[in-house]
Design a binder for this molecule. Structure first.
Ligand code: PLP
Length: 335
């Protein structure tokens, strides 16, 4: 069951409204035994890479595209670091809408680009960064009747808040949530979802050191990090995210690319969970900064590791070449 059906009573849609769904949500919540041991807490992984297009962006996209169809839109557009583009392209294809995405030229992971193109979206590679792309699409949608489905669209947050409902449905309660932060829509959505259910876990947000405006308090004109999904210098949901950290008695902190990549490899090799680099920022943050006295902790793994094979291959061991005879195979396998 897609999340618009599962949580119909808590979303701003009426019976009979269009529902564009790929059966998103209801993602696995996996107990991370080795990570729990390592940090001395009960740590769970919310595996959002198991969504239909491989990231949590599908939660918001089902609602945003359904709303666009309800309003009679013919074209949907977004600026994206990659996953929003892949998700928009899939839901637009499903709805029979035209999809257009503006991505930073050369800065988007291969899998995401392949998805957006395969689903038939028009992919525009901007010679600029994400923040410039967002500014331009905002202006464009004021000039033309095109629906903007970036996380400035309130329906995106409505859909994304359902992840908080799922955590409460599965665990009853939790003490802390660790989450990567880019444009800060997702952390804002979780906080909304928790508040609607009367829950208030502490929210710990983590940015990459090279793209950490919420940590330093000022925009980054040239954000840079291996975690391309959070390479954002001027988050659209800045104030709301800061309010979520303060109100929940959590905090926002930075992690280095090395810490991100260590966590990325640790999760794959020790928990069997392959996420993308940006997602590993949640676990890198837990390892580097802790979560104070919280005991039961959920780390949100926002996207699937298959999205970014280049980074994976650069970080992983090499393959073992082998001649086709038994002695060589024995040596290769056992030696
Ligand atoms: C979009 C995205 C993020 C950041 O989410 P925000 O809502 O922009 O803070 C983190 N990880 C992945 C994999 C993403 O696609």
């Amino acid at each position: 069951m897609g999340l618009m059906t599962r949580y119909a009573d808590r979303l701003p849609f009426a019976p009979g409204d269009p529902v564009i769904s790929l059966e998103e949500g209801s993602t696995p919540l996996v107990l991370a035994e080795r990570l729990s041991e390592r940090v001395g807490k009960e740590v769970w992984l919310k595996v959002e890479g198991a969504n239909p297009t491989g990231s949590f962006k599908d939660r918001g996209m089902t609602c945003a595209v359904s709303d666009a169809v309800r309003n009679g839109a013919e074209t949907v557009i977004c600026a994206s670091t990659g996953n929003t583009a892949a998700s928009l392209a899939a839901y637009a294809a499903r709805a029979g809408l035209r999809g257009a995405v503006i991505v930073p030229d050369g800065k988007i992971a291969t899998g995401k680009l392949a998805q957006a193109l395969m689903h038939g979206a028009r992919v525009i590679a901007l010679r600029g960064n994400f923040d410039e792309a967002l500014k331009l699409v905002r202006e464009l949608t004021q000039r033309h009747p095109i629906a903007l489905v970036n996380s400035v669209n309130p329906f995106r947050l409505e859909g994304q808040k359902t992840a908080a409902f799922e955590l409460l449905d599965s665990l009853g309660e939790l003490d802390a949530l660790c989450i990567p932060v880019g444009n800060a829509g997702n952390v804002t959505a979780y906080w909304k979802g928790f508040k609607e259910m009367g829950a208030a876990p502490r929210l710990f947000g983590f940015q990459a050191e090279g793209a950490a405006p919420l940590v330093t308090g000022k925009p980054f004109p040239n954000p840079e990090t291996v975690a391309s999904a959070i390479r954002i210098g001027n988050p659209a949901r800045w104030e709301e995210a800061m309010d979520a950290f303060t109100s929940s008695h959590g905090r926002v902190a930075a992690v280095s690319d090395d810490q991100i990549l260590d966590a990325y490899r640790f999760l794959a090799a020790n928990e069997g969970v392959f996420c993308e680099p940006a997602s590993a920022a949640s676990v890198a943050g837990l390892l580097a900064h802790g979560v104070e006295d919280a005991e039961r902790v959920v780390c949100v793994l926002t996207g699937n590791g298959l999205k970014d094979p280049q980074t994976a291959l650069a970080q992983a061991g090499a393959v073992v070449p082998c001649e086709p005879d038994m002695a060589a195979v024995e040596k290769a396998v056992l030696g």
